[in-house]
Design a protein around this ligand. Structure first.
Ligand code: NAD
Length: 297
């Protein structure tokens, strides 16, 4: 079993680190939130007093932070930990960040004798808790293979998308599609409801018809249709609207690099921004349903 330093214990990182503890690893954790640290201590992790402390003498470092600036600052900021990690250690960054930042980090960290893979995830908080995440990796094939047993402690699928940064490109392609599907599914459900249909009945019809998609299968955005999802819990927990806006921004800037047309992604970004501007940035992203529902009623 491995000795692992784990930084970032939020909606995703918390259950991921817990699963590593449950898999028998020696997990040393740090987060800026005392509450998050308490939860992990109760789950059996060793709580460190700083990020640098958490990565002392570990074989693997896993980071699960919100965005580019947090990840850059963790490794190379004023109290950056890159210098505190022993040479040869494999760093697995599972945050969703830009491919450009992932490549920069890979260059700087490997320049210091460390190893790095980008390994963003898909599967949401439910997948993090159940240990069924999909890891979408970029980096050296041998490093990804070495990380596999660690990743399999938190997920079911490990994909190699390509070299450094490729994991992030594949991840934002997926999330751009997810944003389009969530907005489209919400629009259809709100239309049906405005026409007097029961959204549960409509969901079941679409699930057995050509509109079937992941949001209808496991993450229905209409309150009361599905148990145990954020829409049935006032859109609390899950994947925040503002994090989805971040991912759509990453998709737009990546598309800009190759002059690729992403009109659907751009429209989804505009809708999620509008929704956030109405005070919904900290709700789960399936709350985009409310944007359509308020128009329909
Ligand atoms: P979150 O906001 O719930 O958690 C982030 C955690 O990082 C917080 O606990 C915060 O205190 C901590 N943190 C921030 N800066 C820190 C620092 N310098 N040192 C230590 N801890 C620090 O976010 P999340 O939902 O867990 O998402 C994490 C990443 O995973 C994001 O990049 C997100 O886009 C991606 N992601 C999220 C989901 C989802 O469904 N929530 C799904 C797939 C991918």
């Amino acid at each position: 079993m491995a000795r692992i330093g784990f930084i970032g214990l939020g909606n995703m990182g918390g259950p991921m680190a817990t699963n590593l503890v449950n898999a028998g690893h020696d997990v040393h954790v740090f987060d800026l939130s005392a509450e998050a640290l308490q939860r992990l201590e109760a789950a059996g992790a060793s709580v460190a007093s700083s990020a640098a402390d958490a990565v002392q003498n570990v074989e693997y470092v896993v980071s699960m932070l919100p965005a580019d600036k947090h990840v850059k600052s963790l490794y190379f900021g004023e109290q950056g930990i890159a210098g505190a990690i022993q040479k040869g250690t494999l760093i697995i960054d599972s945050s969703t960040i830009s491919a450009e930042t992932a490549r920069e980090l890979a260059g700087e960290l490997t320049g210091q004798g460390l190893r790095f893979i980008d390994a963003p995830v898909s599967g949401g908080v439910g997948g993090a808790k159940a240990g069924t995440l999909t890891f979408i990796c970029g980096g050296e094939a041998a490093d990804i293979e070495e990380a596999r047993p660690i990743l399999e402690g938190m997920g079911k699928n490990v994909f190699k998308a390509g070299g450094h940064g490729a994991g992030q490109v594949a991840k934002i392609c997926n999330n751009m599609l997810l944003a389009v599907l969530m907005a489209g599914t919400s629009e259809a459900l709100a239309l049906g409801r405005a026409q007097g249909l029961d959204p549960e009945v409509l969901s079941n019809i679409m699930l057995q018809s050509s509109g079937r998609n992941w949001t209808l299968e496991v993450y229905n955005p209409c309150p009361g249709v599905m148990e145990g999802v954020p829409s049935s819990n006032n859109y609390q927990g899950g994947f925040l609207v503002d994090l989805m806006i971040k991912d759509l921004g990453l998709a737009q800037s990546t598309a800009g690099n190759t002059q690729s047309a992403t009109p659907m992604g751009n429209l989804a970004a505009e809708l999620f921004r509008q929704h956030s501007d109405q005070g919904n940035g900290s709700k789960d992203f399936s709350s985009i349903f409310q944007l359509f529902d308020q128009k329909g009623n």
